[in-house]
Design a protein around this ligand. Structure first.
Ligand SMILES: NC(=O)c1ccc[n+]([C@@H]2O[C@H](COP(=O)([O-])OP(=O)(O)OC[C@H]3O[C@@H](n4cnc5c(N)ncnc54)[C@H](OP(=O)(O)O)[C@@H]3O)[C@@H](O)[C@H]2O)c1
Length: 309
């Protein structure tokens, strides 16, 4: 496919952007889309905070970035553990004055729907609650001009998210759990954008679909041989490369084109209309409140809840 493996910053037309004054956290950057984006931010000169669970892979990504114009450090945190999310937020807050870009990218489709310590399935926990908590705990570290980007998915379409049934996992498939967690990602990003604007914070929040990307480790929890089958599609015209997926993340992270855009959903670096459920403001606000309740934390930006009306 044309553009295959071209560096994300070239695809996003931001190769001339100087990020040498920027600190960028990319969660889930030990592999796949996050890793390609972290490398790209590094080539633009940024200080990149690389995150994941795999320490060896994290060290490799740090080395890759430091062999270019960037600097980097690896921060380990398992998003299934709220305490580790808090420790990650503390480490970031203590080490940087301002976090310029927060990429909420870590996540995936998980092998089980068995409830986690928070009583929800792992996809909802790792893909939605963990970035919600991390963002809440990093709000004071975001400055004027900072950007929050959440990696969602086209899988958010055609699903619903009934918060009253969140804890009922009987009959829930891992794919359905994944899809509704990605709907939560789009709703979260929109609600965050609206509340930040209402708070006069000049911090943007957007979400995006990276494409269908068999070349990442995304298929690792697919059942049976479907993981291998998915990878066979890498390079086919119906799929994207990790660099193409990362290009939208890099675009949202540093392009001037979207410096003032907030609360939107993107695909292939273009604004895209998400599903009706994703755009439902009442649902967005309900998700925001319920997420704080499940995590047992104060509702972030609670005084700006009316911005959803
Ligand atoms: N690939 C696709 O077709 C596709 C399509 C739409 C959306 N997406 C989304 O794109 C994002 C990145 O996925 P990818 O395709 O690049 O897959 P990937 O290669 O599997 O990357 C996932 C990243 O998330 C991290 N992660 C997973 N579970 C974690 C946990 N419990 N705690 C902390 N970090 C964790 C992994 O780190 P460790 O391995 O170090 O734990 C890894 O760095 C995900 O949000 C995914 O839902 C992917």
């Amino acid at each position: 496919m044309f553009g295959f493996a071209r560096p994300p910053e070239e695809q996003a037309k931001v190769a001339d952007v100087d990020c040498s004054e920027q600190t960028i956290l990319v969660t889930g950057s030990t592999s796949g889309i996050g890793r390609a984006a972290a490398q790209s931010f590094g080539r633009l000169g940024a200080h990149v905070l690389v995150h994941g669970r795999d320490t060896e892979a994290g060290a490799e990504v740090v080395d890759e970035i430091e062999s270019t114009d960037g600097t980097a450090e690896f921060l380990r945190a398992d998003f299934i553990e709220p305490q580790q999310v808090s420790e990650l937020a503390d480490t970031v807050s203590e080490s940087v004055d301002t976090l310029d870009v927060l990429c909420n990218n870590a996540g995936g489709l998980f092998e089980t729907v068995e409830p986690t310590s928070l009583g929800v399935d792992p996809a909802f926990h790792i893909n939605h609650l963990a970035p919600y908590q991390l963002t809440a705990e990093l709000l004071d570290t975001l400055g004027s001009g900072s950007r929050v980007i959440t990696t969602a998915s086209i899988a958010h379409r055609g699903t619903t998210l009934n918060l009253d049934e969140l804890m009922e996992i009987a009959g829930l498939s891992t794919a359905a759990a994944y899809a509704r967690s990605k709907l939560a990602n789009v709703q979260f990003a929109a609600e965050l954008g609206r509340r930040l604007t209402a708070a006069g914070r000049e911090v943007t929040s957007n979400s995006f679909h990276p494409g269908v990307i068999p070349g990442s480790e995304f298929g690792r929890a697919f059942p049976g041989i479907s993981s291998e089958l998915f990878q066979l599609f890498d390079g086919s015209p119906f799929t994207e490369s990790v660099e193409e997926g990362a290009a939208t993340l890099v675009y949202l992270g540093v392009s001037e084109d979207v410096a003032a855009t907030t609360g939107k959903y993107f695909a292939r670096r273009r604004e895209n209309r998400p599903s009706p459920d994703a755009r439902d403001r009442t649902a967005q606000r309900k998700l925001w409140k319920e997420s704080a309740k499940i995590l047992d934390i104060d509702e972030p930006l609670a005084e700006y809840a009316d911005a959803s009306d």
